[in-house]
Design a binder for this molecule. Structure first.
Ligand SMILES: [Zn+2]
Length: 435
């Protein structure tokens, strides 16, 4: 069994408000021992020693609202228009990008076409392609006229989602998707400002009967549910029917937040605030000025979302970063910017944002199946990154790929540091060639 001993590192464990000097032994694909407070782990010939040079060792990032099948397009229609063969290649490239940026686990939050996420998950798990650990999702389920249905009476337009109406249609289609191998079933029980005035975020087009059927069918088959729920009534449906992943929760009322806080251990909230922040303030190169963002309701979603997330964080609800990266002005790989937004707009301390990105994310990824990831702790999966800097002192350091000097997934280095980067000294020296 391979073993790697990290020495001379300062550890962010996945929780806690300070880095701590430590040594960490990885054996096989798990963390075997963590020695703190100046303690040392016995050296052995079997373990490769990696001198961290004082860098930060922390859990790999977990993205619980990941659109790894999106192609950084300027519209949902442009994502949908990609032929399936190209789309599969884009998907695999995105997964390699995520791992490069230190994301060692992701939860798919709507496959842009059926089976893209399932096939990608299987290929990465088999070791054929680089990528994080993956939970694979359905395309997003919607109803006629909902977010993701762009059809007109005079022409059919391919949808990024699966359009069903009534309990029977949802039941049949969800069973089919689970047969094809998804881990997560996602549905849209709210509109969105990105429908450009079509169906606004605070409107919920789905009936209770439809949502109940989606959740019962999915849970009966042992899978988990996610909802695109901006609207207050959408969030209430999520609480009522046990939707594990509540996306956005933008317009949740104070009464709804109180209700959610009482069952906080059953839910994860992923606001995906970048799709509001970047769209309002940074998308003018693509024709979305701040005025237009205000007119379509995007700015209102940003402001209301920040208010809701601040209240939820105060109430002890687990609010997680990342989400909705995959558009031109919110490109894949820049996701760690969310951590800065959480500090600036949700009232989180930097370490709390990091906890959400690692320890909480790991719990969200694992669900009830007992996997342990997202912490630097004995028995946990060895998904680790080395960071040149202190992310608690400067939360933006994780936005810079060159500062993430090593990425380890499942006990194997995806990337080792280049010469001159922290812990380069530990790399085997090349023998000088005889002249
Ligand atoms: Zn999303």
């Amino acid at each position: 069994m391979s073993a790697i001993l990290f020495t001379n590192v300062r550890v962010f464990e996945g929780t806690g408000d300070a880095l701590e000097p430590a040594e960490v032994l990885v054996q096989g694909n798990r963390i075997k021992t963590v020695a703190r407070g100046g303690q040392h782990i016995a050296r052995s010939k079997a373990a490769e020693v990696v001198d961290g040079g004082g860098a930060t060792l922390m859990p790999g990032l977990v993205n619980p609202h990941c659109h790894f099948t999106y192609n950084n397009a300027t519209s949902i229609a442009d994502i949908t228009a990609l032929p399936v063969e190209e789309h599969m290649l884009v998907t695999m490239r995105n997964l390699a990008t995520y791992l490069d940026y230190g994301f060692t686990a992701v939860i798919g939050m709507a496959s842009a076409k059926p089976r893209l996420e399932v096939v990608a998950r299987n290929a990465v798990a088999a070791g054929h392609y680089p990528g994080p650990r993956i939970r694979a999702c359905t395309p997003e389920y919607t109803v006629t006229g909902g977010l993701g249905d762009d059809n007109r009476l005079d022409r059919e337009i391919p949808s990024i989602g699966l359009i069903c109406n009534g309990a029977d249609e949802f039941r049949r289609s969800i069973r089919e998707q689970i047969r094809e191998g998804v881990d997560i079933v996602k549905f849209n029980n709210s509109g969105d400002s990105l429908t450009m005035g079509g169906l606004p975020g605070d409107i919920n087009p789905m009936t209770d009967d439809e949502v109940r059927t989606i959740c019962e069918t999915t849970h009966r088959l042992g899978r988990r549910v996610a909802a695109h729920a901006h609207a207050d009534s959408g969030v209430l449906q999520c609480i009522e029917h046990g939707v594990e992943f509540i996306n956005h929760a933008t317009f949740a009322s104070e009464a709804t937040i109180e209700k959610l806080a009482r069952v906080a251990d059953r839910h994860w909230v992923t606001p995906a605030i970048a799709a509001r922040y970047n769209t309002t303030y940074e998308a003018s190169d693509w024709g979305i000025t701040e005025d237009l963002a205000e007119a379509i309701g995007n700015k209102r979603e940003f402001e209301s979302g920040c208010r809701s997330m601040t209240l939820m964080h105060e109430a002890g609800i687990r609010v997680l970063p990342f989400g909705d990266y995959g558009f031109a002005w919110i490109p894949i790989g820049s996701d760690a910017r969310d951590l800065e937004h959480m500090v600036n707009y949700f009232g989180m301390q930097p370490w709390q944002a990091l906890r959400a990105a690692t320890a909480y994310g790991g719990e969200a990824w694992a669900g009830a199946d007992g996997d342990k990831l997202g912490r630097v702790k004995a028995g946990y999966l060895a998904d680790l990154i080395v960071v040149d800097g202190d992310p608690i002192a400067d939360i933006t350091v994780l936005q810079d790929r060159s500062r993430i000097t090593a990425v380890m997934k499942d006990g194997h280095f995806h990337r080792r540091p280049a010469a001159g980067e922290p812990f380069a000294a530990a790399r085997p020296k090349r023998r000088r060639r005889a002249a």
